[in-house]
Design a protein around this ligand. Structure first.
Ligand code: PXG
Length: 442
């Protein structure tokens, strides 16, 4: 018999929360009921400074008027249009605006509803691209240890997070992983890109020798790994990956779900690092996190390989009911306008040195074993409590929340990625409060 939840409107039991310690949360819930600019309001009426742009997505801050208005207007005008064999103007307009700010050479946009779907789309595109060109033996996908590419089967297969993989069966076949680039001993407390580790890209040559280039479709990496703790690409590493993939006809996919839309001070990490992939996955900042939307950006070479055969035939058997959804498209357009009008990418670049100094002022505080930064992203790595990994950082997260700042933790790493509208005084507030938290941690 169905439970009668009407009698208990605030029962927390029914909602099975994602990536959350459900039982712990439901004993002491942390609820946001409103947001504005840099701040969330909690259900007990406190203001919490958003040190993470939600989940790395609200790059323009919260409740931005242009975005709010665009969504309301679109819902009242054209709420939904079929995504297959029909179009609506805003999806086309948004694709053009994305291409305008994308690295030179990116010419096409395929819409999804999340980063995870963008990843699945890119992996499928890579395999189908080679097949379309008569190289159907290229099916192998190469990811990297400590990579995060969302939670669907392709993404967790190429991803390198043990907990995201081990309880979900056999995953995709034909996947291999490059080593991660986090060389704590050599690179601790580097500012920006670390010096050591470019040689780790040479592992790809070893994989080519092992598997044969003609079996490998693509390499997928986050240009800067976000979720597993803000792991920077060592100097020269991405350039090497690009050179080796190009040499062997392997596609290079940059997963820019976090790094896209200004996080590093340029529109995309590809521009920041000056390395051009064949496909890019994006989501999050595309709509400022307000409405779900993701997108895969593609070069003309990849796209054009599909444009063959009779013209009435569907070229790519892939897509989602909500690909390019009108309200998401309107939100995306208003978001990109907000970024542009307020110069937020340039703002992130201009603030980056201040952010770097503030972050590195935490060096020397208890348990801090590394600090990393790039653009408006930063991480503080803590020494784990012996035998109890993750506990120390999670305690820091809880204490920080009580003191009025929102941070993220992954393992024993604290990650921060504030909205690009943050003021210097708010950087001081964020880092100052974090310093207080670190001083009192067990
Ligand atoms: N790729 C990358 C690089 C990501 O960071 C995804 C794909 C998946 O996106 P969706 O939209 O399906 O969640 C992500 C998502 C965190 C955190 O705190 C990171 C993500 C999501 C939630 C939390 O590190 N990244």
């Amino acid at each position: 018999m169905a439970l009668d939840r009407n009698s208990v409107p605030n029962d927390l039991n029914a909602f099975w929360m994602p990536f959350t310690a459900n039982r712990q949360f439901k004993k002491a819930p942390r609820m946001f009921v409103a947001a504005d600019g840099m701040y969330y309001t909690t259900s007990d009426g406190r203001q919490v400074l958003d040190g993470t742009a939600g989940l790395w997505c609200c790059n323009a801050g919260h409740r931005r008027p242009k975005i709010v208005e665009a969504i309301a207007k679109q819902a009242a005008e054209l709420d939904y249009a079929p995504a297959f064999q029909m179009g609506h103007p805003k999806a086309f307009e948004l694709a053009n605006r994305i291409i305008e700010i994308a690295p030179d050479g990116m010419e096409h946009v395929f819409y999804t509803n999340s980063g995870s779907e963008a990843v699945e789309t890119a992996l499928k595109l890579a395999i189908a691209y080679h097949r379309a060109r008569g190289e159907g033996t290229r099916t192998r996908l190469i990811g990297r240890e400590r990579g995060y590419h969302g939670v669907n089967f392709g993404g967790i297969s190429v991803g390198g997070i043990v907990n995201n993989r081990r309880v979900f069966g056999s995953l995709l076949a034909g996947v291999d992983h490059l080593p991660h680039t986090h060389l704590l001993e050599q690179n601790a407390f580097s500012r920006g890109q670390p010096e050591h580790g470019a040689h780790l890209a040479d592992e790809l040559e070893r994989m080519v020798a092992l598997h044969g280039a003609d079996t490998i479709a693509a390499v997928i990496v986050e240009p800067m790994a976000g979720s597993t703790g803000v792991l920077m690409p060592p100097k020269g590493y991405l350039e090497k990956l690009r050179a080796i993939t190009a040499k062997h006809g392997i596609l290079l996919i940059f997963d820019e779900v976090i790094t896209g839309f200004g996080r590093l001070g340029s529109a995309f990490a590809a521009q920041h690092y000056g390395v051009m992939p064949d496909l890019m996955t994006t989501a999050k900042g595309l709509t400022n996190g307000v409405i779900p939307m993701g997108a895969v950006l593609s070069t003309a070479a990849v796209h054009d390989a599909f444009m063959q055969g009779p013209e009435h035939m569907i070229e790519l058997f892939h897509g989602y009911t909500y690909s390019g959804n009108p309200i998401a498209s309107a939100a995306g357009l208003a978001t990109l306008e907000t970024y542009k009008e307020e110069g937020l990418f340039e703002r992130a670049a201009a603030l980056a040195p201040y952010w770097e100094e503030a972050l590195h002022s935490l060096r020397g505080l208890p348990h801090v074993i590394d600090i990393r930064n790039m653009g408006l992203i930063g991480a503080v790595e803590l020494q784990p409590i012996a035998g109890e990994p993750t506990k120390r950082a999670f305690q820091a997260f809880l204490n920080a929340y009580d003191k009025g700042i929102l941070i993220r933790t992954t393992g024993d790493i604290i990650a921060m990625s504030p909205p690009l509208i943050i003021e210097k005084t708010e950087i001081d507030q964020l880092i100052g409060t974090l310093a207080d938290v670190l001083k009192t941690l067990p």
